[in-house]
Design a protein around this ligand. Sequence first.
Ligand SMILES: [Zn+2]
Length: 608
Amino acid sequence: MPGNAPRPVNVRWTAQRLSLFYTVFVLLAAAFLVRLVNLGVVHGEHYARLSENNFLLTRPIDTPRGVIFDRYGEELAYNRSTFVVSMSPGNLTTATVETALGRLGQLLGHDLSGQYQPIVHLRPRWKSHVLRQRLTLDQATAVLEQSYNLPGVAIETRSQRYYPWGSMLCHVLGHVGKISPQMWPRCQRDGYEKDDYVGITGIEAQFERSLKGLKGLEQVWKTSRGRILSSQILQPPMPGDRLFLTIDLGLQRLAESLLLGQKGVILAADPRNGEVLAWTSSPGYDLNRPAEIANPADKPQINRAIQEYYRPGSTFKILTALAALEAGWTPDRRVTCEHRFFLPKWKRPFTCLGWHGSVDLVDGFRYSCNIYFYTMADFLYDLDPRDSGFRLVRLARRYGLEDFTGLAFQEPGPPTPGFEEEAGRLPTLRDLRKERGSLLHLAIGQGRVDVTPLQILMAYAALANGGELLAPCLVHELRTDQEQIVFAAEKGVRRKIALNPDHRRVIVEGLLASVYDPGGTAHGAGFLPHWRVAGKTSTAERGGDLESDAWFVGFAPAEHPELAVLVMIEHGGHGGKVAAPLAARLFAHYFDSTRTRATVVSRDGHPL
Ligand SMILES: [Zn+2]
């Protein structure tokens, strides 16, 4: 280093080191001599045979990709062995390669002439190039039977990712695929080979590093015709880690079946810790054939829970109520609903779906009375006309709207493909100042408000748990194949919201009334009384002639919630009639089976 004085040389130490060096050198030379004699005299004939047109190569050994499970250890993604046929140019002439390719092509019924160039230009020449994957057993046998006629050609088994449930959880699991030219420079640095498969989207991409494991290394003697004479494992492969999602397969399967043939979203999460138990965005696509998209116009690749905008409609009303209560609105304040609400200087009246007469806050939720929430909005406006009720927007932001939900396992850097989220949109202060009616639209979740279903679920989870805005979490833990836990998810609290317990109590009372009271918007949807489901329906207009989106979002048991559920059917119609009954099925499944199951102890002795 410049500026540093040279260190004095320790003569005695240097002499000792030199003498040690000579000793090691002499020992090595002796060992080498012994080895030489041994090779030449004892094994001379053996090695002479090996060296004749044969070559030694070091090649990687594939390792199985880590299996993905649900929270109870049910397999969601695993590996199956398949046959691949590959070719190595070795010492073959170009003419031999061409002939062999022609014969192989005839055997497999597939023209392989396009593979000629990549093979003859393969460097180093002992490397092999994969010609066809997923061979049937008959094809593989046929190639093996003809191997004497197919120099350089080899049949190998490779492990291939398999998703036993097809399209289920497709937007969460993601899929694996070939390395694209854009990905290649980075993959090459990380030790991948061109034929390798990598996680392309979702969990498969997010946890690529842990799932892929470490390849092994073996040394192989091969003849020039590609026959393996002997091999030795230099380094055994290390399998990928086992990944346990927070998903409950039973609940997930039910959610998938309820959305079959419809466009929409079903989400279920534990409001105590943000763990996602079910995540369905419909339609989806088959993970085993990700390139085969049947109806692209239906956008099956879009994860509707985070990548599509919706009007929240009446599900937004909990935020309007919270903002008004914080500003001094009293829950027993009564408003008279005569179907219409007039704003001064506003051309058209704002309407309610019914004629509800005198309503208080609980009635407001029971009937989802728009007039009640318009009046609340006007109350917010009158508190400070210069602010134009913008405090409602600020409160909505506190509950996570117009922001990313921050899926808890996301690392810094660009989001994983498939997990890119839309942040949503709320009116600006300018919007509200421009038109007084904008605030009234917002109060019932219409107008300039765009949300993702996951945002709404997490806002309700915050109300459920008493004011913690949680990051949704999909990964429970990662274990090595030796069952060592290398990663365990922790509750991700995005924000602690100062939620007044009295405000929570009265809103929950209103949400219970909407589910259980005669006249409640979700009454008759099949929620059993003892579940104590607090929920809100929404029939959110889409504009134009399009049918409204049907929503239900709720949690249970109301006093100590452990499950929050959101159902949204695009153009489904009435929230109470279409979405709420589906939510009731999910609560039924949870209370009948999941809770019983939660007491079961896992293999390592810990309660799951
Ligand atoms: Zn009304």
